[in-house]
Design a binder for this molecule. Sequence first.
Ligand SMILES: CC(C)(COP(=O)(O)OP(=O)(O)OC[C@H]1O[C@@H](n2cnc3c(N)ncnc32)[C@H](O)[C@@H]1OP(=O)(O)O)[C@@H](O)C(=O)NCCC(=O)NCCS
Length: 145
Amino acid sequence: MAQRTLLIREFHYPQDYESAERLWKDMEKGVHFSRSDVPAEIEKKLTRDPDLFLVAESDGELVGTVIGGFDGRRGMVYHLAVAQAHRRRGVAEVLMREIEKRLVDRGCIRALLLVHADNVEARGLYEKQDWVLLADNVVYSKDIA
Ligand SMILES: CC(C)(COP(=O)(O)OP(=O)(O)OC[C@H]1O[C@@H](n2cnc3c(N)ncnc32)[C@H](O)[C@@H]1OP(=O)(O)O)[C@@H](O)C(=O)NCCC(=O)NCCS
């Protein structure tokens, strides 16, 4: 079988939006399409951090995403998603390595991410890449606008 080419690149708006929206909506778990994912919110994020919004492209098809954030103290990782037909080929590992590198380039020394306790695939990946479980912590959130 011919080798597929995998390209990790920055998200292009608006060209990539439809494919990313479809990918996120197709996720069976782990990534849930929310009001943070509508075009205006994606544009807001890209204006601030164009270098921390990445896609994986396989033979021209958008097959993965990851979004990073850095507030000057902590990094965050969001929306790691890989299309089902492209899983278990290391796409997520490559996306994670690249987003970590870019966070480091921004000056970030410690990053956090949220993962559902039952998400064995994602947890396997993060542990393989040396992310440490903060088992004594709980997470709060609030819609403040
Ligand atoms: C989690 C996810 C991003 C992994 O993507 P992927 O490209 O298939 O992952 P990779 O091929 O890079 O796998 C890397 C490691 O992750 C772990 N992993 C991935 N899929 C796994 C599975 N089905 N079962 C157990 N471990 C798994 C393994 O440790 C794997 O390393 P290995 O292949 O050497 O065993 C993908 O399953 C996905 O999109 N899930 C739905 C969305 C989601 O849950 N995102 C995470 C939000 S926190």
